[in-house]
Design a protein around this ligand. Structure first.
Ligand SMILES: C[S@@+](CC[C@H](N)C(=O)[O-])C[C@H]1O[C@@H](n2cnc3c(N)ncnc32)[C@H](O)[C@@H]1O
Length: 636
C-alpha cells in the first residue's frame, strides 16, 4: 500500500467490510480471508434458493430445478472423469480460510517502491493465493506458471496439514531454528502416490488461481510428458474442457538447433508443452508483431528500399461479405477487388496513399493486392500453437545477469514475453501473475515486454523462501534462499532493461511482501486455535512478527477488506485512511481524536482497535455518534 502523510490521520480507498451493527453491539471484523467455496455457494443460493434446504445445497434439488440428470454415473457406478486418492483433501484445501497476511518489506523493496505496481511476494503459494482471493478476485489478466514437472526427481511441495508438528518436521527436514531445509518432499515414482501427490498439490492452486483471473483472462502452464495428460484433465475439470487448449514449445539452442533429450528407446524429445486455459470465451489472442520471413527485393525500384509482399486479404471463398472489413478497392489500372481485407477501410486508404499496396507490375497492375513490408518493418502474425521462434537460453540469460549459475532450468525470457504479448493489452495496467516464480523470469519478461512496446503491465510474482542446497554455488554466493535469487535477479533485470532502453520511463520498481502471520494478536490466537494443523505446517515459512506497527495493521485490514496491495493510504499521524475507510489501529490513540479528527473526515466506515476504548461507555458513545452520522463502525 502507498502511504500519504497528512497531519494527524490515515485514510485508504476501496471496499467496505460486511457490517451488521445492532445499536450497541459493534460488529467485529473476523480477520479471515474469504473461503473460495463459501462465496460461490452464497452466489448460488442467491440465484437458486430453491436448491437449498436449511441453508445447505441439495444436489438432487438443483438437478430437478434445472430439469437435468443429477449424476453422470452409469448404472454400474462408473463415471467419466479424473480421480485420484487425495482429491477430497485437495477440495478441502480449496475451502480453507486463513488469518495470514502479506507484510511489506520496505528495506528489500526498490527505492521507488511507492510509485511501483510490481509486486514480489516471498511465501508459500497456496497460502498466498488464499490471502489474495478477496483483493485480486477477477483482477488478473494473465497467469504464467512453471510448476515442478514431476520427473521423479522433483521435490513436490507437501501440503499435508494433517500431520502432527513432529511428523511434519521429520518429513520436511526442519532445522532446529524452525526453517525448512526442504519445503518439498522428493516425489519418487515408487512412492505409490506419484501422480496423486502431484495432482493433490496442483488442484487447489489452479482452482484458486482461476478465481483471480478476469473473465477475459488466461493461464499458461508449462509442463512436459510426465504430467501433461493429468494436467490437461485437471484443467479441463477446473476451467471446462471447451476453455482448454495446448501449445508446444520447440526447444532450440542459441544456433537454432533442436535441443534433444534421449528418452528411452532412442526417442529424442525436443519440445515441452504449454497448456492454455481461459475463464470464458471473452479471451481473444492478440496478433504478434514479427519480422516477416521472405526474400526482400525491389522489383518496382521503390526509393524506400527492398521490400517483401505480405498477404492483406482473404480469397473469395474465405471472405465474409457482412464483415466491416469487406469493401472494394481499385488498382491503378482500374481492376476492382471486392473482398475481406485484414485492415479497416480507413487504414487501407492510408496504405494506398502511402503506395504500400502492391498490385503487380505496371501497366497491367493485375495481381491480387498485397502489402509491401520494408526490411525494417514488422508485420502482424496470428499466434501459433507451435512456438519455435526463440532459442533456449534461459540459463545463459540468468548467468549473464547474476554472474553465476545459481538456478537450474530457468525459462527463456522470450518464451514468457511472447505469451505476455499475445494475451495482454499493453496500455491498461494489466496484471501478470506467476506463483511458481523460481528465478523471476516472468517479472523480467514483463519489464522487457513493457520496454519493448511501451506497455504498462504490472507483475505479481510469488516464490517460496526455499533454502538453496548446502554447498551449492548459490549458497556460496550468499543466496540463502531461492527467493533471494529471484529478488536480486528482478532488481538487476530492471537496471538492464533501463540501460538497454534509455528512453523507457515505465515502472521498473518492485514492492516486496512476505507472507506472515496476522499483525493482530487476537487473529493470531484464533489461527492457532482453529487451524492448528495449518499453523503447524506453516510455522516454517511464515515469519512470526511482533504485534505489528499501526501501518502494517492498516495494510492487513485493507487487504482483508479487498483492497489491492497498491492502494493509496493516507497516514494522518496516528490513524490511516483509504478511500472512505478510516482505520485506528494504535492502542495509544486518544479516544477524543476519534471525534475531533477521524469522524470529521466523513468516512463511510471506521475500524477501531478494541483496546483504544478504555471502557464500554467510551465505545458506546462513539458507536452512537457513528450511528447518528450514518457511519459504519467496526472493531478488531
Ligand atoms: C520450475 S521452477 C520455476 C522456474 C521459473 N519459471 C524460472 O524461469 O525461473 C518452480 C519454482 O516453484 C517454486 N515452488 C515450488 N513449490 C512452491 C510453493 N508451494 N510455493 C511457492 N513456490 C513454490 C520452487 O521453489 C521453484 O523455484
Amino acid at each position: 500500500m502507498v502511504y500519504l502523510y497528512n497531519k494527524g490521520y490515515l485514510v485508504a480507498r476501496g471496499c467496505v467490510g460486511n457490517l451488521n451493527m445492532d445499536k450497541h453491539s459493534v460488529q467485529k471484523l473476523d480477520g479471515k480471508n474469504p473461503s473460495a467455496i463459501t462465496d460461490k455457494l452464497e452466489m448460488l443460493q442467491r440465484l437458486m434458493p430453491e436448491a437449498f434446504v436449511d441453508g445447505k445445497l441439495d444436489p438432487s434439488l438443483l438437478a430437478k430445478n434445472l430439469n437435468t440428470e443429477a449424476s453422470t454415473v452409469s448404472e454400474d457406478g462408473e463415471r467419466y472423469g479424473l480421480t485420484w486418492p487425495g482429491k477430497k483433501l485437495a477440495f478441502e484445501e480449496v475451502a480453507k480460510q486463513t488469518y495470514c497476511t502479506l507484510t511489506l518489506d520496505e528495506a528489500a523493496s526498490s527505492e521507488s517502491w511507492k510509485e511501483s505496481n510490481n509486486i514480489f511476494i516471498e511465501g508459500e503459494n497456496l497460502e498466498t493465493l488464499r490471502v489474495l482471493q478477496k483483493a485480486y478476485f477477477n483482477k488478473v489478466k494473465m497467469i504464467y506458471i512453471d510448476p515442478p514437472y514431476n520427473t521423479g526427481k522433483d521435490f513436490v511441495y507437501h501440503d499435508n496439514y494433517r500431520q502432527t508438528e513432529e511428523e511434519y518436521c521429520d518429513d520436511c527436514n526442519v532445522t532446529e531454528n524452525g526453517h525448512l531445509k526442504k519445503a518439498h518432499k522428493l516425489n519418487t515414482r515408487d512412492s505409490g502416490r506419484f501422480h496423486s501427490d502431484w495432482l493433490t498439490m496442483m488442484h487447489p492452486r489452479l482452482f484458486l488461481a482461476r478465481n483471480l483471473l478476469r473473465d477475459d483472462g488466461v493461464i499458461f502452464v508449462s509442463i512436459d510428458d510426465n504430467e501433461v495428460h493429468n494436467l490437461r484433465m485437471l484443467m479441463n475439470e477446473i476451467f471446462g474442457e471447451e476453455n482448454v487448449t495446448q501449445m508446444i514449445w520447440h526447444k532450440l539452442d542459441e544456433k537454432g538447433n533442436s535441443v534433444k533429450k534421449t528418452v528411452g528407446n532412442g526417442f529424442k524429445r525436443e519440445h515441452e508443452y504449454i497448456l492454455v486455459a481461459t475463464k470464458s470465451d471473452s479471451f481473444v489472442f492478440n496478433d504478434r508483431r514479427v519480422k516477416p520471413k521472405g526474400t526482400f527485393s525491389n522489383p518496382d525500384s521503390d526509393p524506400r528500399g527492398n521490400w517483401f509482399s505480405a498477404i492483406i486479404s482473404y480469397d473469395d471463398d474465405h471472405s465474409n461479405e457482412n464483415s466491416e472489413y469487406y469493401y472494394e478497392i481499385q488498382s491503378p489500372s482500374g481492376i476492382r477487388w471486392a473482398r475481406q481485407w485484414q485492415v479497416k477501410k480507413d487504414e487501407m486508404e492510408v496504405l494506398l496513399q502511402d503506395k504500400k499496396i502492391y498490385f503487380g507490375n505496371e501497366p497491367e497492375y493485375k495481381n491480387v493486392p498485397r502489402l509491401k513490408v520494408f526490411e525494417n518493418e514488422l508485420i502482424n502474425q496470428r499466434p501459433r500453437s507451435v512456438l519455435s521462434n526463440f532459442t533456449i537460453n534461459g540459463t545463459k540469460q540468468l548467468e549473464a545477469i547474476l554472474a553465476g549459475n545459481y538456478f537450474d532450468n530457468p525459462k527463456p525470457i522470450e518464451l514468457v514475453s511472447q505469451l505476455i504479448e499475445i494475451s495482454t493489452d499493453k496500455n491498461i495496467n494489466e496484471i501478470v501473475l506467476d506463483f511458481f516464480s523460481g528465478s523471476g523470469t516472468s517479472a523480467h519478461a514483463v519489464m522487457a515486454q513493457n520496454a519493448a512496446d511501451g506497455g504498462n503491465r504490472q507483475y505479481i510474482c510469488v516464490q517460496l523462501p526455499e533454502d538453496t542446497p548446502e554447498g551449492s554455488e548459490a549458497k556460496k554466493a550468499g543466496y540463502a534462499r531461492i527467493s533471494d535469487i529471484a529478488l536480486e535477479r528482478i532488481k538487476r533485470a530492471a537496471k538492464k532493461v533501463q540501460a538497454e532502453n534509455p528512453e523507457y520511463t515505465g515502472d521498473l520498481g518492485v514492492r516486496v511482501y512476505r507472507a506472515t502471520d496476522s499483525h493482530f494478536p487476537v487473529w493470531r490466537a484464533k489461527s492457532y486455535e482453529s487451524d492448528a494443523e495449518l499453523r503447524t505446517a506453516m510455522f516454517n515459512y511464515v515469519n512470526t512478527l511482533p504485534d505489528g506497527t499501526p501501518q502494517q495493521r492498516a495494510d492487513e485490514v485493507l487487504l482483508k477488506l479487498g483492497y489491492p496491495l497498491t492502494t493509496t493510504i493516507v497516514d494522518h499521524n496516528g490513524w490511516y485512511q483509504a478511500d472512505d475507510v478510516a482505520l485506528v489501529l494504535d492502542e495509544q490513540f486518544a479516544v477524543e481524536r476519534l471525534f475531533t479528527d477521524v469522524l470529521t473526515s466523513n468516512p463511510k466506515t471506521v475500524i477501531v482497535l478494541e483496546s483504544v476504548f478504555k471502557n464500554d461507555e467510551e465505545k458506546i458513545n462513539f458507536d452512537l455518534r457513528c450511528t447518528e452520522k450514518g457511519i459504519i463502525f467496526q472493531t478488531i
